[in-house]
Ligand binder design. Sequence first.
Ligand code: FES
Ligand code: FES
Length: 164
Amino acid sequence: MKRLLDVLREDLALTGSKEGCGEGECGACSVLLNGAPVNSCLVPAVQCQGARIVTVEGLAKGPRLTALQQAFVTMGGAQCGICTPGMLVSASALLAQSKGRVPSADQVREALAGNLCRCTGYEKIIDAVRAAATLKTAKPARATPASAKPARKVSPARRKSRVR
Ligand code: FES
Ligand code: FES
């Protein structure tokens, strides 16, 4: 059975979504499924017929970075190519939910609880997500060509304990 992640990467050449664990644990493969972050490595492609899928490639409209992407760049939240796409996808869902309010650090931690970083840490990412809520009016930057989540397997409590 083909996974959504395989269709995106292999059939559609949308390689922004990454395969980390392949088991629903890391969030590197996160995409939005009808607006909600899911782990695309756990989603059978056949279940997505008629659904609206947004990958990291689709967060920006055209060549301009979103406020969230810009904040990741300027505040050091864009740490590596494996975790960053999924972090952006999950954070974008949080910001859409927040409707212009600045989420608390704990709210960001909860939203990113399914996105793991095994090396650098979460503080700059959390700061960037919170800053993005205030960057809506900032001059957008030009995007560079680069690569950029909920069928959650991990329980909310367990995920929360991972984000420090
Ligand atoms: S690749 Fe790790 S959750 Fe999908
Ligand atoms: S896994 Fe990407 S910065 Fe740690």
